[in-house]
Design a protein around this ligand. Structure first.
Ligand code: ATP
Ligand code: MG
Length: 563
């Protein structure tokens, strides 16, 4: 019998993959070499994840290479802590540079030599205008710039000055080396851009060996070429810098000329992505650090319980385009939830406990019941949970005056306790202030396991056995920003309800050994993971995501009350 072979449905290729396919078909390249080039001036965020998934993903798909290169040319803002965190985060996301780790600072010597070559060719000069003068000579978008009076210095004078700049003879800012291109160019990046500046700052790798540092636009193309990069993929704001990228490589003696390709950066609602703003949040103490679970950093997301697979799936889903836009935060959460639904074990935790005494259950008796760890994954097996006369349920699962469609507990009503029994509420006990403090219930011994459906019940509640439950702390997170977009004033845009700490929650004892980073679904309450602050005698859980899309409601609220 013939069976129809199913053709795997091919996802439509994005424009970058189309360019690569063409380059390989036309033998422009035999294989691809790409790179991820972070500046070590902060922790990586979810925007970087998009770039990491793209570049390392391409290397995997095309059997090529992806380099990890630190663009460390601005020592004032760069630190070893960031170099380390970036490597950790790339690995955590599931990628490997396979030994291809580079630092732009390793090329300082070569970059200097190429600059000398440009001077010798009459294509670079030392300028001695003050920064303010340089600005006024630069012109505007509508007016051409003016040539600097130093533009026609002789090659010999330029070589001499540049050498003395390197040797530390001049104070910071006294001179810069500039490319000699065209002060009237409609592209401002081509109006004799600076290539080098004098800056006495300690560098985390080269120490005090240099007081002369190359600019990003000069360093980047040469670093790419030195590493044999074929496709240099960056974000859209570099489109106007591409002519300079090409100018640099065309005018020095180097035999590799990578193709710069730009794509749209990722923006997400309800958060910020600029490292400057993220640093501000950290230094002002608005968050506890780069790894605060509310931060859009990979360190924060890891601590919050987001999974690498969930983030990768999100990045694959949003794809790569040329159009800038803003993605709803809820979409990211959707992919996290989808991954956790498959992988997170289920546990019962009562966040706001309400005591329940089961009057017809024998005093002093406990029994063990079976509970599946994850119905989505039978290989995770079962665990045992204990049931007894005194249990706790969620306070919010009881209403004395129940509305019409209330399927949870109320006086006289019967519900199922998950994995246990049917119980009926017989009596409500209140304290002096009228607050409900305890319920008296009866159970049906025939309903063991909560599955013998003699009578249908609509509500199923989670619970814990009072005798064995352990106390835990739970941290629930809301969006970092109140509104979808931050205004110019970061701090006033922060959501004051972004963190809710709940103490005195009660968990089933199997969670006592939960280690930091482990993921769970607390039945009916959400996805939670063990915080890095958690200790066996003081367990702390972070809410990773709600069970359902809470963002949809938020977006609706925003639409109704535009700020
Ligand atoms: P920031 O604006 O947060 O400071 P950056 O672009 O200056 O970001 P880099 O360290 O230079 O930060 O970024 C490394 C790589 O990650 C670059 O190739 C950059 O284009 C890419 N990248 C940064 N932010 C995003 C984003 N939001 N979406 C997609 N790619 C990004
Ligand atoms: Mg950058």
């Amino acid at each position: 019998m013939e069976t129809q072979a199913s053709v795997p449905s091919q996802a439509p290729k994005d424009f970058i993959r189309e360019i690569i396919d063409e380059d390989l078909q036309s033998h422009t390249h035999q294989g691809i070499v790409v790179r991820f080039p972070p500046e070590p001036n902060g922790y990586l965020h979810i925007g970087h994840a998009k770039s990491i998934c793209l570049n390392f993903g391409l290397a995997q798909e095309y059997n090529g290479r992806c380099h990890l290169r630190f663009d460390d040319t601005n020592p004032a803002k760069e630190e070893l802590e960031y170099v380390e965190s970036i490597q950790q985060d790339v690995k955590w996301l599931g990628f490997d540079w396979n030994g291809h780790l580079f630092f732009a600072s390793d090329y300082f010597e070569k970059l200097y030599d190429f600059a000398t070559e440009l001077i010798e060719k009459g294509l670079a000069y030392v300028d001695s205008l003050s920064p303010d003068e340089m600005k006024s000579y630069r012109g505007t978008l509508t007016e051409p710039g003016k040539n600097s009076p130093y533009r026609d210095r002789s090659v010999a004078e330029n070589l001499d000055l540049f050498k003395r700049m390197k040797e530390g003879e001049f104070p910071d800012g006294a001179h810069v080396l500039r490319a000699k291109i065209d002060m009237a160019s409609p592209n401002l990046n081509l109006r004799d851009p600076a290539l080098y500046r004098i800056k006495r700052t300690h560098h985390h790798r080269t120490g005090d060996a240099w007081c002369l540092y190359p600019m990003y636009d000069y360093t980047h193309p040469i670093s790419d070429a030195l590493e044999g990069i074929t496709h240099s993929i960056c974000t859209l704001e570099f489109e106007d810098h591409r002519p300079l990228y090409d100018w640099v490589l065309k005018n020095i003696s180097i035999h590799c000329h990578p193709q710069q390709i730009e794509f749209a950066r990722l923006n997400l609602t309800h958060t910020v992505m600029s490292k400057r703003k993220l640093l501000e949040l950290v230094t002002s103490g608005a968050v506890t650090g780069w790894d605060d679970p509310r931060m859009p950093t990979l360190a924060g997301m890891r601590r919050r319980g987001y999974t690498p697979a969930g983030i990768r799936n999100f990045c694959a889903a949003i794809g790569v385009t040329k159009a800038n836009g803003v993605v709803e935060y809820g979409l990211l959460e959707h992919f996290i939830r989808e991954d956790l639904n498959r992988t997170a074990e289920r546990r019962m935790v009562v966040l706001k406990p309400l005591k329940v005494i089961i009057e017809n259950y024998p005093e002093g008796q406990t029994e063990e019941l079976r509970a599946d760890n994850n119905p989505e994954d039978p290989t995770t097996g079962e665990r045992s949970i204990s049931f007894g006369r005194e249990i706790y349920i969620e306070h919010d699962d009881f209403r004395e005056e129940a509305p019409k469609k209330w399927f949870r507990l109320s006086p006289g009503k019967e519900v199922r306790l998950k994995h246990a029994y049917y119980v009926t509420c017989r009596e409500v006990i209140k304290d002096a202030s009228g607050e409900v403090v305890e319920l008296r219930c009866t159970y049906d011994p025939e309903s063991r396991g909560g599955t013998t459906d003699k009578r249908p019940v609509k509500g199923t509640l989670h619970w814990v056995n009072a005798q064995h439950a352990i106390p835990v702390t739970v941290r629930n997170y809301g969006p970092l920003l109140r509104d979808a977009q931050a205004g110019s004033e970061m701090v006033s845009a922060l959501n004051p309800e972004s963190l809710e700490v709940m103490t005195g929650c009660l968990a089933e004892p199997s969670l006592a050994s939960a280690a930091p980073g482990q993921h769970y679904q607390f039945l009916r309450m959400g996805y939670y993971s063990v915080d890095s602050d958690s200790r066996p005698d003081a367990l702390v859980f972070n809410r990773t995501a709600t069970l359902k899309d809470a963002w949809a409601r938020l977006e609706k609220r925003d639409a109704q009350n535009p700020s």
